[in-house]
Design a protein around this ligand. Structure first.
Ligand SMILES: Nc1ncnc2c1ncn2[C@@H]1O[C@H](COP(=O)(O)OP(=O)(O)OP(=O)(O)O)[C@@H](O)[C@H]1O
Length: 433
């Protein structure tokens, strides 16, 4: 916050066409950047700064009626600066009247993890009986004891279920959303994350392999065999599947994922964008799974924000393959961060700690998007300029499946023109800017 103040004091403003230093007659702070409530501490600090006059220190900002509050949030609460939660109360009461307990828990998890109610604990206290009703009912049946009443264990189980939902939706623990933390072992959390990675319908995956693998065309089949053999050998390595649009890349990647997960192995499907992630079974964005730093431009040697004790660290230690689709849009430092993290987590100094990495995408399409940058900056951040690129083995798919399967002549012409543009073979008209 001090930086913001200094920055504002140093700011200059435009007067009569010239830049001149701003003249201050007082120490008043004119404007403070808005902050999203997700950034808790700064958000509540800002709220205090714009509402409390005459404070001289952070501590005096946190002091309400002579008592020093532990957090800025608590001070805001004492000063009644936060919105009251009557609309969330009403929403939950309506849901309880019309929805099953599981749906009420899901709604509550959404409210506390994404809507920032001012006092989630009060909401929990008001509705915890309704959110734990199915657990009580199940226990009454299991113990054949109709007199069983709500108790701390039942509330704890409901909290664990709500925390699982919050972890799934936004990877937050209940304590991070100002709720009481359920009591459970870290081991329990870790095994849940591993279970999530293994919670596939094995029979369905095996059927998918049996149906799709015989359909693979020659190029796809040779790529499939090469990649599956590389995974089975356990020697790791880094491959790049160079596949222009329509060459059956998603079909091939899905078959590889099904083959590995169908045998009970762990394969992570990541993508640089949310849309690309939805095309792969169990796909998630690389940023969300790997907790990559947001501003890779300013970090020389970034690492993923994953602690050794975390559930994701256990998944990364056990996984056999990491697929990264639309990798051409990824900043080279994000791949380097994954390399450093895997070496550290797996205690193995080989490339990516010995895990096999399969990158896929098409460099003719979108390169990394760097805000406020030049074309040269974007090229500089491209994966091909990473020191890791020299270890990459490239496998190419060139046969367009959309043209081949639909025998569409116009699609073929369109495809050729598209590839020519991508390959820079279309002459540029010098008369056009
Ligand atoms: N061997 C195959 N047998 C039958 N259908 C296939 C085969 N390979 C791909 N296809 C089908 O061809 C179409 C294009 O394949 P796919 O979506 O995998 O290509 P893609 O390279 O991922 O394309 P894009 O990058 O444009 O998304 C899909 O409908 C897919 O089901």
């Amino acid at each position: 916050m001090e930086c913001i103040v200094e920055e504002m004091v140093a700011q200059e403003e435009r007067r009569s066409g010239r830049w001149v230093s701003r003249c201050f007659s007082t120490d008043t702070l004119g404007r403070i950047y808005t902050i999203h409530p997700k950034n808790d501490d700064c958000f509540y600090l800002r709220l205090l700064l714009i509402n409390v006059c005459g404070s001289t220190s952070f501590e005096s900002l946190r002091t309400v009626d002579g008592t020093i509050c532990v957090t800025f949030r608590e001070a805001c609460q004492q000063l009644q600066l936060l919105e009251h939660d009557s609309h969330w109360n009403q929403t939950l009461a309506d849901a309880i009247a019309s929805s099953p307990t599981t749906a009420v828990r899901t709604l509550f998890a959404i409210i506390i993890s994404t809507c920032q109610p001012s006092n989630p604990r009060l909401l929990w206290d008001a509705y915890k009986d309704d959110m734990a009703e199915d657990i009580l009912h199940r226990l009454r049946l299991a113990t054949r004891n109709v007199d069983l009443q709500m108790n701390a264990d039942i509330y704890n189980e409901a909290l664990v279920l709500i925390e699982d939902l919050c972890l799934l939706m936004c990877e937050k623990l209940l304590i991070e959303v100002h709720m009481p933390a359920p009591s459970r072992q870290t081991r329990d959390l870790v095994s849940r994350e591993l279970e999530r990675e293994r919670a596939y319908d094995i029979i369905h995956l095996q059927q998918q392999v049996q149906t799709n693998v015989p359909l693979l065309k020659e190029q796809q089949s040779s790529a499939y065999n090469q990649l599956i053999n590389a995974v089975d050998s356990g020697n790791g390595g880094i491959f790049f599947l160079d596949a222009p649009g329509g060459t059956g890349k998603t079909f091939l990647l899905s078959s590889i994922l099904a083959a590995i997960c169908g045998q009970g192995g762990i394969a992570l499907a990541l993508a640089s964008t949310g849309i690309a992630a939805t095309l792969l079974e169990g796909g998630r964005t690389a940023h969300s799974v790997l907790k990559l730093p947001l501003n890779l431009q300013i970090h020389e040697s970034p690492v993923c924000n994953i602690s050794k004790q975390s559930a994701m660290a256990q998944v990364l230690k056990k996984c056999k393959l990491i697929i990264w689709d639309e990798c051409t849009m990824a900043h080279k430092r994000s791949l380097e961060a994954l390399d450093r993290t895997l070496r550290d987590l797996r205690n193995n100094n080989r490339c990516f700690g010995g895990v096999m990495i399969l990158l896929s995408g098409d460099f003719r399409q979108t390169l990394p998007v760097i805000p406020k940058s030049t074309a040269a900056d974007e090229l500089n951040t491209c994966l091909k300029l990473s020191h890791l690129w020299r270890f990459v083995k490239t496998i190419s798919l060139t046969m367009n499946m959309r043209v081949l399967l639909q025998n569409d002549r116009t699609a073929e012409v369109f495809l050729k023109e598209l590839l020519q543009i991508g390959n820079g073979q279309v002459p540029i008209d010098p008369s056009v800017d």
